[in-house]
Design a protein around this ligand. Structure first.
Ligand code: ZN
Length: 367
């Protein structure tokens, strides 16, 4: 049909017309091949042209409506913890069974950690940290994006994607959603906000970098058992190094629920730092060079609490004053059901236990 149309309207080059009309003529195979290729090229060009003629470009009004919805959706996600309360703990989310009633929000609620146990400090609105988003909620959204975002939040009329890009850290972007590659860039509304993401900072029991220097000395009133026990080396700061010492209690029962790790930035290898971990009943005076990024502490605690249900421990770091900025270490307690996932995702790293500034980007188009 196309060919007839082309012949009738004198669109085909002379040579091809000639070949099509004169079926009994002598044909040279290369000539025929070239002609067919030319014909295919013309048909493809016409098909392409009609495709782009069909492509919708949104009117200004349609785009403004889309942009308003993208902004409102982003603001909702960033400033609300979602509904119902603690929706992220719903078991169905792990099996792809998602209730219509869940409207996801990403805002963080403040939580406190004491002796390895986590509890919500308050359920009231004032404790919602706006523009601080929960990595745990983001992970639940990623695994159920179609339902939570596109069905429950956006009522099924839009395509969208979401991502966070850390501003200053070694960790990579976290991307989710279903925005079709074929959508014209001009028909996509983009919202970009700088927010904080908690990552796994709620698992941190102690941030050992959380000290203040007053002159050359550490400001703090933590009592070190090495300063009062005459049998142990004194942990008084000298000209070259600082001592950072902390006491904490661990319950044997907590070891069934949590994996305790000492996590350091890779810079710790060049920080010339040493550490001692001991229980107050079984003291230890031998400091060891701190040169591993990940140290599993559960074997030590399990061994030490063989005959007790709890104990007080102390951890001591001796840090070179000239490399104080390379010393970046946290003590964390990771819920046991999450440890394997963190390890397999490569997330057992110092930066994942710090709150990070991130760019939150939401893209949206009409479905
Ligand atoms: Zn000490």
């Amino acid at each position: 049909m196309i060919i007839n149309h082309l012949i009738k309207n004198n669109i085909l080059p002379y040579k091809i017309r000639h070949l099509i009309k004169d079926q009994y003529g002598l044909l040279h195979s290369t000539e025929l091949l070239l002609s067919i290729m030319l014909l295919l090229f013309i048909i493809a060009a016409i098909a392409n042209l009609s495709d782009s003629l069909n492509e919708k470009i949104l009117s200004e009004e349609e785009f403004n409506t889309l942009e308003t919805i993208a902004i409102e959706s982003s603001d909702y996600l960033l400033n609300n913890p979602g509904n119902p309360e603690n929706w992220e703990d719903d078991d169905g989310l792990n099996n792809g069974i998602v209730s219509n009633n869940i409207i996801p929000g990403l805002a963080v609620k403040k939580k406190k950690v004491e002796n390895g146990e986590f509890y919500s400090e308050s359920e009231s609105d004032e404790m919602i940290m706006s523009n601080s988003i929960s990595y745990n909620k983001l992970m639940k959204v990623k695994n159920n994006y179609d339902v939570l975002i596109e069905r429950n939040l956006l009522n099924g009329s839009y395509q969208s994607s979401m991502a966070i890009y850390p501003l200053k850290s070694k960790i990579g972007p976290f991307v989710m959603g279903n925005l079709d590659d074929n959508v014209n860039d001009n028909d996509i509304a983009v919202v970009n906000r700088t927010v904080k993401c908690d990552y796994y900072s709620s698992f941190v029991l102690y941030d050992f970098n959380d000290f203040e220097l007053i002159g050359d000395d550490v400001d703090g009133d933590e009592i070190c058992n090495h300063d009062t026990n005459p049998d142990l080396t004194n942990h008084t700061n000298d000209e070259r190094s600082l001592w950072l010492c902390k006491n904490f209690r661990i319950y044997k029962k907590s070891l069934e629920d949590y994996d305790y790790y000492l996590i350091s930035d890779e810079s710790v290898k060049s920080s010339n730092s040493y550490w001692i971990l001991e229980s107050l009943n079984r003291t230890n005076d031998d400091k060891e060079r701190l040169n591993q990024e990940v140290i599993d502490l559960n074997p030590f605690f399990i061994n030490d609490m063989e005959n007790s249900s709890e104990d007080i421990y102390s951890i001591h770091f001796n840090v070179d004053k000239n490399h104080i900025n390379d010393f970046k270490t946290v003590l964390v307690a990771i819920p046991k059901n999450m440890t394997n996932e963190l390890i397999s995702n490569g997330e057992l790293k110092y930066d994942y236990f710090k709150v990070q500034d991130v760019n939150f980007i939401m893209k949206m188009s009409y479905d």
